[in-house]
Design a binder for this molecule. Structure first.
Ligand code: RFL
Ligand code: PHB
Length: 393
């Protein structure tokens, strides 16, 4: 089958879906191809923290109705270190901004439903195999579905296909520099039918390692613990996970973790990854295809959506005014925010994870940073504005 559209989008994650909806709003045609089934992408458990900008954009796009009902606004966060707790309030320090807790799979469900309701074209279980002709004006995406080969002739290709996708591999190798940090630890994450143990998220340094208490709803908790990179989920019974969470989050206090049936558990490695050019010719990358941040700052999905805001504006400018300057500055426009988020995610990761001997020089530096949060409004403000996401950057 030979298809034709204005923007061919690879990937139905938050980036690709947000792009297709924004383009529709601007009267620009698109087709999405997605490797996995609709059911798979709607069930994939990942992020939960939405920045204010992301929430505002979803509301503007008219896809925020369920998020506003079921999502929970949080106006502060608890930071623990060796049994000491500081709260960082957002509203006071950021002029009224906050975060919203709403699962990524719920975002994906809302976006797919909204796009299908517009008659948007999707190919699920369709794998992009190659992207040809990006240096000309009509690039082509070759994909396979049910063993049959198809192609889409487009004006532009949006590579929203995540870290393992083909888009980044299609960029000429000499068109970008790559930056990596592989952290020597991973996150074991669970979802459980248990009421949240705290009204706000808790990030906790403990000498046995990091722990994070988050949530999805009044009856579902989302929790994480730092584990070594070679750890296996089979090494942990549910009881051991709960015990470890309780040790690390309570740190000797009488804080109790609410326990319940664990219905999802997995281990995710922690990495920072970056390329410093996200485009070549008619191919433009967004989201995890171009950058990965460790989840400690809650930034990955939000960065994907922020890239798309620039990409959609650039396509709009091209189609409505024939101007290419926003297309040309696309990478540079995105990179400022991405580097800021890389720095903040790395800061949160190194502050709260156990990386060196408890009591060592490195540990004392972590603790000195933490103690500074307790005494400085300026430092708290820096954390708050990065955490809720800078408005303009
Ligand atoms: P996605 O979501 O990976 O979507 C890419 C899509 O492309 C498809 N694909 C292909 N389709 C067709 N042909 C091919 N050849 C293809 N190759 C791939 C894939 O099937 C997939 O559906 O990328 P996108 O849209 O850039 O979105 C990025 C976010 O998913 C990611 O950054 C976040 O989940 C990161 N993240 C968090 N981000 C936050 O903003 N806040 C958080 O609280 C947060 N917590 C997290 C996280 C990620 C985590 N894990 C599991 C990595 C917590 C965790 C534990
Ligand atoms: C989550 O709720 O999944 C979550 C929250 C905050 C983070 C990372 C993940 O920093």
């Amino acid at each position: 089958m030979q298809l034709k559209t204005q923007v061919g989008i690879i990937g139905a994650g938050p980036a690709g879906l947000t792009l297709s909806l924004l383009l529709a709003k601007f009267g620009i045609e698109s087709i999405i191809i997605e490797n996995r089934s609709r059911a798979y992408v709607e069930a994939r458990v990942r992020a939960g923290l939405l920045e204010q900008n992301t929430v505002d954009l979803f509301k503007d796009m008219g896809v925020g109705e369920r998020m506003e009902c079921e999502g929970a606004e949080h106006h502060g966060v608890y930071l623990n270190f060796d049994g000491v707790r500081h709260r960082v309030p957002f509203k006071e320090l950021t002029g009224g901004r906050c975060i919203t807790i709403y699962g990524q799979q719920e975002v994906v469900k809302d976006l797919i439903e909204a796009r299908l309701a517009q008659g948007g074209e999707f190919f699920f279980e369709a794998s992009a195999k190659s992207i040809e002709g990006i240096e000309g004006n009509s690039p082509e995406i070759h994909f396979e579905q049910n063993g049959e080969k198809h192609n889409i002739l487009c004006d532009f290709v949006a590579g929203c296909d995540g870290y393992h996708g083909i888009s980044r591999q299609t960029l000429p190798k000499d068109s970008y520099n790559e930056f990596h940090i592989e952290y020597p630890f991973s996150w074991l994450g669970i979802l459980a039918h248990a009421a949240p143990s705290s009204d706000e998220l808790i990030y906790s340094y403990h000498q046995r390692g990091f722990a994070l208490s988050s949530l999805r709803s009044e009856t579902v908790s989302r929790l994480y613990i730092q584990v070594p990179n070679d750890d296996k989920i089979e090494n942990w019974t549910d009881e051991q996970i709960w015990d470890e969470l309780e040790i690390r989050l309570s740190n000797g206090s009488d804080f109790k973790v609410n326990r319940g049936e664990i219905f999802e558990k997995s281990i995710t490695p922690m990495r920072s990854f970056m390329i410093d050019n996200m485009q070549h010719g008619r191919l433009f990358l967004a989201g995890d295809a171009a950058h990965i941040v460790p989840p400690t700052g809650g930034k990955g999905l939000n960065l994907a959506v922020a890239d798309i805001r620039f990409m959609a504006a650039a396509f709009k400018e091209f189609y409505t005014n024939g101007q290419e300057h926003l297309l040309e500055s696309y990478s540079q426009d995105c990179l400022r925010r991405i580097w800021r988020a890389q720095d903040f995610s790395n800061f949160m990761t190194t502050l709260f994870h156990k990386q060196s001997e408890h009591g060592s020089f490195e540990y004392q530096l972590q603790k000195a940073k933490f103690d500074y949060i307790g005494i400085s409004e300026a430092y708290k403000t820096t954390i708050a504005e990065n955490y809720v996401g800078l408005k303009e950057i």
